[in-house]
Design a protein around this ligand. Sequence first.
Ligand code: ADP
Length: 244
Amino acid sequence: MEENQKFIVNGKRIDGRKIDELRPIKIEAGVLKRSDGSCYLEMGNNKIIAAVYGPRALHPRHLQDPNKAVIRYRYNMAPFSVEERKRPGPDRRSVEISKVSREAFEPVVIKELFPRSSIDIFIEVLQADAGTRVAGLNAASVALADAGVPMKGMVTAVAVGKVDDHIVLDLFKDEDNYGQADIPIAMFIRDGKIEGITLLQMDGQITKDELKEAIKLAKKGCLEIYRLQKEALFKRCRGEDFVE
Ligand code: ADP
């Protein structure tokens, strides 16, 4: 991105999208043999694999909850996923993202059905281009459903933000890096209806009215993504193979 370059010209963004348009999304459920559920997801230039194990007995036993399953979520970025090689292994950012992502699923997964068990969710970011935490949540949701984990609905997520004083949907890297605000949001959707918000973070600065507008835009984006998540799961149920 060049200095003084405008983010929006004639209603179009740098990558050609309208302000309320998502990046192209591709979702495939059931792509891994050895996990209980899995998903491959692309959201623009983000490429994500989600794998789910469980519900299964949790060891060591002192970590067990006698009344419900314990959800564990590990978000990881591959060293080759970003422009400059990232040092492998967890860091403060990935620990924080793992925590808030797990919390986004807590009210949605029906944990009470599986006392003393764990449900493990692994997110591997293969290629990153802003919005990896929300892309990871979308993939995790499909992988959980693919694993047959009972849920009250789906978690669907998108980032909204502010660039050139406009509220825009689904920021890509330049908008995230040089924009005025970045707001990842996850919604809990049941039967096509938004039931609530299970993650909302923000950096940058916006007004109260802009926040309202941002949430409205996120709702629109989430409902579109929800439809694609469902489509991927239906395709998986029909037993179509994952072949290009
Ligand atoms: P999110 O990916 O959920 O938007 P951030 O806002 O923290 O999370 O990151 C925005 C983008 O910045 C990432 O998608 C990625 O492209 C880039 N990024 C994040 N961490 C690193 C890193 N350690 N090295 C290089 N780029 C990074």
